[in-house]
Ligand binder design. Structure first.
Ligand code: DP6
Length: 386
């Protein structure tokens, strides 16, 4: 059983686990995301039950990993075994998984990785578990990658997490013009993991109580309307406010956390200046627990936006991974208006590490046996292919 699973990008952020929710990964607030396509980037996982194994086995990106040393993986395996037929529960599983993101892309892989794992395990164990709940136990944001389109993760109130589920709000076809670009910036900061960062923010940031109580519920309602009505200007305003708030929450955390680099701040400035120059909201940014900018824009504007990004952050074509390469080609024919060519003053032109493009995707997909990461005759891992 082989599955390819996508990344998702939240425009209303998950940042905090509720009391008693560390183990089951129960958030302090709802969140809302867009699932990307599995092209160009995805996590891929094959799982098989193997009666000859004495221990569960995980191979990740060609290396054998310790299962026992990974408590979240242990939780996921226990949850799947408690919801499957007894004859299957006693068998050990071999899992082989890889990501095709370039290592330098600095893309978080836990959402797509745990989503692919949960899909594969549910199938192979014939488990009755909800795939999204199982993915959530691995990494919170992974529960949203289980669905395509625009996806809400509802915080729920039950202590056992049974109502803490992700659900599709609208499918990919609802707003087909919506496009995501990811500007992977140069330079590496020593990051605080999102797991640790949100824990510290919850304990120390004075902004968290109001965020949980008022800010996020109001934004969830408003952005739902914006998505429903395909109102990009409202969507962009709310998305950028939530991203700014996440950065402010981190800044007001003790010890303070700053994920953004100079390039990240320049991209924020560029987005606002470009929207102003155009006289409408063409572009929105959002940042996770890292320096890379995720940009939302509508498909007709993509060539101009790519030309804009390449003007300030010139990036060679071989480092541009586009789901639709015709959009990159179209960007070459764009001449930026004179009021858009000096928006960052004398900030030096610095190439990106990568520029990625994806439409809204359909969610995980089962792959054929020919694409398996396990030899289905010998059950040996296949470690050489992507
Ligand atoms: C900033 O899902 O990585 O990307 O549940 O501890 O594994 P754990 O955290 P994780 O946190 C993601 C945080 C975020 C916002 C988001 O995706 O909603």
């Amino acid at each position: 059983m082989t599955v390819a699973a996508p990344i998702n990008i939240a425009f209303i952020k998950y940042w905090g686990k509720r009391e008693g929710g560390e183990h089951l990964i129960l958030p302090t607030n709802d969140s809302f995301s867009i699932t990307l396509s599995t092209e160009p980037f995805r996590s891929k996982t094959t799982a098989v039950l193997d009666a000859s194994l004495t221990e569960d086995e995980l191979w990740l990106n060609g290396e054998k990993e310790s299962v026992a040393g990974n408590p979240r993986l242990v939780h996921v395996l226990a949850a799947v075994r408690s919801t499957c037929p007894a004859d299957r529960a006693k068998l050990k599983v071999r899992v082989v998984s890889n990501n095709n993101f370039p290592t330098a892309a600095g893309m978080a892989s836990s959402a797509s990785g745990y989503c692919a794992l949960a899909c594969a395990l549910v199938k192979v164990f014939q488990s009755t578990a909800d795939v999204s709940v199982l993915a959530r136990v691995g990494s919170g944001s992974a529960c949203r990658s289980v669905y395509g389109g625009f996806v809400k993760w509802l915080q729920g109130t039950n202590a056992d997490g049974t109502d803490c589920i992700a659900e599709q709000f609208a499918n990919a076809a609802h707003w087909p013009e919506m496009t995501v670009l990811c500007a992977v910036v140069k330079g590496h900061k020593k990051d605080v993991s999102s797991t640790k960062g949100m824990q510290l923010s919850l304990q120390t940031s004075p902004m968290m109580p109001a965020r949980i109580r008022d800010v996020v519920p109001a934004r969830m309602a408003a952005v739902s309307e914006a998505v429903r009505n395909r109102d990009f200007a409202s969507f962009a305003a709310i998305t950028m406010s939530d991203s700014d708030d996440l950065q402010a929450v981190c800044r007001t955390t003790t010890p303070t956390i700053v994920y953004a680099t100079d390039d990240s701040f320049q991209i924020i400035k560029l987005v606002h200046a470009f929207n102003e120059a155009k006289g409408r909201k063409v572009l929105a940014y959002t940042f996770d627990a890292g320096a890379n900018a995720f940009l939302f824009t509508l498909r007709p504007d993509v060539p101009e936006v790519v030309a804009l990004v390449n003007h300030y952050f010139p990036t060679p074509d071989e480092l541009c991974a586009f789901n639709d390469p015709s959009l990159l080609r179209a960007s070459k024919a764009v001449t930026l208006a004179p009021n858009c060519t000096a928006l960052l003053g004398d900030y030096p032109k610095r190439p990106l590490t990568y520029l990625l493009q994806s439409p809204v995707g359909d969610g995980p997909r089962e792959m054929s046996d020919a694409e398996s990461l396990i030899n289905l005759s010998t059950l040996a891992p296949i470690l050489t292919v992507s």
